[in-house]
Write a protein that binds this ligand. Structure first.
Ligand SMILES: *[C@@H]1O[C@H](CO)[C@@H](O)[C@H](O)[C@H]1NC(C)=O
Ligand SMILES: *[C@@H]1O[C@H](CO)[C@@H](O)[C@H](O)[C@H]1NC(C)=O
Ligand SMILES: *[C@@H]1O[C@H](CO)[C@@H](O)[C@H](O)[C@H]1NC(C)=O
Ligand SMILES: *[C@@H]1O[C@H](CO)[C@@H](O)[C@H](O)[C@H]1NC(C)=O
Ligand SMILES: *[C@@H]1O[C@H](CO)[C@@H](O)[C@H](O)[C@H]1NC(C)=O
Ligand SMILES: *[C@@H]1O[C@H](CO)[C@@H](O)[C@H](O)[C@H]1NC(C)=O
Ligand SMILES: *[C@@H]1O[C@H](CO)[C@@H](O)[C@H](O)[C@H]1NC(C)=O
Ligand SMILES: *[C@@H]1O[C@H](CO)[C@@H](O)[C@H](O)[C@H]1NC(C)=O
Ligand SMILES: *[C@@H]1O[C@H](CO)[C@@H](O)[C@H](O)[C@H]1NC(C)=O
Ligand SMILES: *[C@@H]1O[C@H](CO)[C@@H](O)[C@H](O)[C@H]1NC(C)=O
Ligand SMILES: *[C@@H]1O[C@H](CO)[C@@H](O)[C@H](O)[C@H]1NC(C)=O
Ligand SMILES: *[C@@H]1O[C@H](CO)[C@@H](O)[C@H](O)[C@H]1NC(C)=O
Length: 723
């Protein structure tokens, strides 16, 4: 199959093939055939090789791999949504002119950094006849479609004539999200998968149970038992009744299936982690007798009910996980080593008997002659040298290791030890002192002796985690995305084995970013100018439509009546609805209004949207994800004011400005016209607080209506993308 393609290519092109590489994320090895290029808008159809249309990649970590035809359909959706090119997907045995032909080749042609066959490789040939993608598997072909999307975005709609044969260096490439100490909704996780997948990452590890750290010097038993601790899967089974008490911040089986299949549709495997015997306070809150008296977040493995309880939890949830490997956590256990090893091995055998799945743990107690050690077939996720030396302790003893060295750790919002964004520069330079480049086999950027050669097959790949050490109110969902916005593509290049230079990165990412399909993580809104909508109420139409004066035609509708002044009389018995939901950074949302009465003095909603609400409690307040962020100021009653909500980068502000200067002195002194910042108060280990900025999306959907709790008038409402 492949030699045939090479042959067609060689006879079509007369010129000398020039080896080079295409700039992309990751970079793509490429043999250029000529200076000419193919214009993507000439594509008339995507043709799936009919003999492979229902083939699936059985060799990856996922147990729900899409077919070649399904991947082709996803590609067609992306061509339309990202590039406005509408093509059908058809089946045939060969390409036709101006088609993108998707077929499969010989997996043996594609090897990883260790020289081992990989099902994720692909070849691409671009000529005047069209484009052919040959995958080692359907997943390999899908990565080839990412190359086409990226290249035509960067090539202004064209793709240079030539060929590539490309394969990832490592089989596990991705990120890990602490969805335990902070909840993330289904849609956020699915959109993150879309984002990662565009850069050919294939793994999203979800850390599904954990707790705020127990401060053993300070907390009483009672306080520990009340500390924030969560288990994010929701089952109605009696066997786990009481383990999870928060259904509104959990994934039901249906939701978790949806997450896994939506991610798999884009080549991303969701790897599930349930943490024990450390970070297990949520299990101890359920069954207090299982906690170690010295630290209630650790399970007492010697207690006769501990291992059976963990087996019950796994028995309940194993059928949910569509992967060949599951992660049992086993991180930072500080009690007995022999009990820890016994726990891991018993869980390994049990999980394999129940489900044929392998297990992974965080590197904690490396093998030691003194103990019956963890079985070699348990793979290890290394994160810190004070826990283990991944090369000497594990790889040299035949364990396979996933590189999650904390060089790339992110702790959301605040940390005494870790950064709040991935250190991009480190992905490109490693340690400047040693000039060592980073790839997944680099565990130690300071001492090369600790790193296995690139070709060591026991290096599984790399996954970079984001932790929510300070819990649920330190950040909003989208802040996890912003913490990774540059980190994902920078790491993805190196995890694949690319060689993008730091100098190339910013311009390539900013060119690609607006086109990343199947996600709107930044909550952007299309607009002709910086004014996104602008309503005044001088002209409410008969059908209750309010014209958007911005030129974008985001017309609103209302059931409220006009008041004397040409403003709209707002109350709980009528409402104003816009066609929009939320706006992410940057924005200025402006309301010119007069609040006459607060019926719900501590709970009035001025405007709400799917991600947030602007409230009067009576302090000006943003409510989001179940948390209230309050300013010290409020707005004076029966007074016309302009209230601006401003999202500027990582910060959110409000400003009240008097409409008439004569009434300025009714404002609390000093607040008129001054921006006040919404802050989160982060509690650190019960010892102190840290105030930090928070970037909350603007609420745009609804004013007034049942439960809004206030009465007054609205004279103008506008939204701008400037702040
Ligand atoms: C652990 O459980 C065993 C058996 O129930 C008990 O004897 C022991 O005191 C417990 N240890 C701690 C530290 O809680
Ligand atoms: C892992 O290794 C242990 C010890 O050699 C063995 O008992 C167990 O069956 C192995 N598990 C798998 C899944 O191969
Ligand atoms: C990022 O990594 C580089 C290279 O290792 C290092 O010099 C720099 O201090 C790091 N920056 C931060 C903010 O940690
Ligand atoms: C580098 O790593 C090797 C292997 O772990 C160790 O023996 C050596 O002491 C380390 N060198 C330094 C300078 O830390
Ligand atoms: C409201 O919009 C109309 C139409 O553009 C305009 O004529 C009028 O001046 C505006 N009113 C105010 C108060 O801005
Ligand atoms: C309402 O009326 C305006 C003109 O009066 C018209 O432009 C608009 O399309 C109508 N909207 C609906 C939903 O009928
Ligand atoms: C009409 O609106 C203006 C501000 O635009 C305000 O000064 C005036 O008091 C309003 N009149 C009434 C009756 O609300
Ligand atoms: C879920 O419900 C709890 C209890 O009612 C509440 O405190 C929390 O804020 C809710 N979470 C969200 C995301 O709304
Ligand atoms: C509110 O006032 C308190 C006391 O002056 C101050 O510490 C706090 O930072 C203020 N809150 C905001 C959001 O500005
Ligand atoms: C509301 O604002 C007042 C100052 O006007 C402040 O003292 C109070 O702490 C604020 N309330 C909350 C819950 O932040
Ligand atoms: C603002 O300060 C002035 C002088 O300090 C005082 O007279 C006035 O009452 C204050 N106004 C308010 C609304 O607190
Ligand atoms: C966040 O949670 C901590 C407890 O962990 C609490 O002390 C703090 O007041 C909360 N902050 C906000 C803004 O709700």
């Amino acid at each position: 199959m492949r030699s045939q393609i090479t042959c067609i290519v060689a006879s079509a092109w007369f010129g000398v093939l020039v080896a080079s590489r295409l700039t992309g994320i990751p970079t793509v090895p490429f043999e250029s055939a000529s200076d000419a290029s193919y214009t993507i808008s000439s594509i008339e159809t995507i043709i799936v090789d009919s003999q492979f249309a229902s083939a699936r990649n059985e060799k990856g970590e996922t147990l729900i791999p899409p077919t070649l035809h399904e991947f082709a359909t996803t590609f067609a959706d992306d061509l339309q949504s990202s590039l406005g090119i509408k093509v059908d997907v058809t089946l045939a045995i060969e390409p036709s002119p101006n088609s993108i032909f998707l077929t499969l080749g010989d997996e043996a042609d594609y090897v990883d950094a260790a020289g081992v066959e990989t099902s994720e490789g692909y070849s691409l040939s671009v000529s005047s006849a069209g484009i052919t993608i040959t995958g080692a598997s359907p997943l390999g072909a899908f990565w080839g479609t990412r190359t086409i999307l990226q290249q035509v975005i960067l090539g202004d709609g064209t793709m240079p004539y030539g060929t590539t044969q490309d394969a990832p260096g490592w089989g596990i490439r991705g990120m890990a999200l602490d969805a335990a100490r902070h909840f993330y909704p289904e849609s956020f996780i699915i959109e993150m998968c879309s984002y990662m997948s565009f850069f050919k990452q294939n793994t999203f590890q979800l850390h599904l149970s954990d707790n705020l750290n127990v401060n053993t010097n300070l907390y009483t038993t009672e306080r520990s038992l009340e500390l924030y601790a969560r288990f994010r899967l929701w089952s109605d089974s009696n066997d786990v009744a009481g383990l999870n008490k928060y259904k509104n911040e959990s994934y039901t089986r249906e939701q978790f299936d949806n997450i896994q299949s939506a991610c798999a549709a884009r080549g991303v495997t969701v790897l599930s982690e349930i943490e024990a015997p450390g970070h297990a306070l949520v299990i101890v809150q359920w069954k207090p007798e299982l906690g170690l008296s010295t630290d209630l977040s650790l399970l007492n493995i010697s207690h006769p009910e501990t291992i059976p309880t963990m087996k019950t939890i796994w028995k309940t949830f194993l059928p949910w996980f569509h992967t060949k490997t599951v992660h049992i956590g086993a991180d930072e256990y500080t009690a007995e080593v022999s009990e820890y090893n016994r726990f891991v091995n018993e869980m390994s055998v049990y999980i394999n008997q129940e489900s044929q799945k392998d297990i992974r743990t965080w590197g904690t107690f490396p093998p030691h002659p003194e103990y019956d050690n963890v079985y070699e077939n348990v793979s290890v996720q290394h994160w810190e040298f004070f826990e283990d030396n991944p090369y000497y302790d594990y790889i040299m003893n035949k364990y396979s290791v996933l590189n999650s060295d904390d060089a790339y750790y992110v702790v959301n919002k605040w940390s005494a030890s870790y950064p709040q964004k991935v250190n991009i520069s480190r992905t490109f330079h490693g340690n400047p002192a040693t000039r060592g480049l980073w790839y997944p086999n680099i565990f130690d950027q300071n001492n090369a002796t600790n790193n296995p050669p690139k070709a060591n097959p026991l290096v599984l790949g790399a996954v970079a985690p984001l932790w929510n050490d300070y819990g649920a109110n330190a950040s909003v969902y989208s802040e996890a995305y912003y913490a990774w916005k540059e980190g994902i593509p920078a790491l993805a290049d190196k995890q694949w084995g690319g060689d993008l230079a730091e100098s190339e990165f910013p311009s390539v990412l900013s060119a690609l970013h607006p086109y990343i399909p199947a996600q709107d993580l930044e909550k952007s809104i299309q607009s002709k100018t910086s004014t996104i909508f602008n309503y005044n109420f001088s002209s409410v139409k008969k059908n209750n439509t309010i014209a958007d004066l911005s030129g974008n035609a985001y017309d609103a509708s209302t059931t409220c009546k006009l008041a004397t002044n040409g403003s709209l009389a707002i109350s709980p018995s009528c409402s104003l609805k816009t066609p929009l939901g939320s706006k992410g950074r940057d924005y200025t949302l402006k309301l010119t209004l007069r609040v006459d009465e607060l019926m719900a003095n501590t709970d009035a909603t001025l405007i709400s949207g799917p991600d947030s609400a602007l409230m009067l409690t009576p302090n000006i307040t943003l409510f989001t994800e179940g948390n209230y962020y309050r300013l010290n100021s409020t707005i004076p009653l029966s007074t016309w004011v302009e209230l601006s909500l401003i999202g500027r980068g990582t910060q959110t502000f409000a400003r009240i400005t008097p409409v008439e200067s004569a009434v300025a002195d009714v404002y609390p002194n000093g607040t008129a016209g001054v921006e006040e910042e919404f802050l989160t108060t982060i509690g650190v280990l019960g010892e102190f607080f840290v105030w930090a900025s928070i970037a909350i999306e603007a609420p745009l959907s609804l004013i007034g209506g049942a439960g809004s709790g206030w009465e007054g008038e609205l004279a103008m409402l506008s939204l701008s993308s400037e702040a």
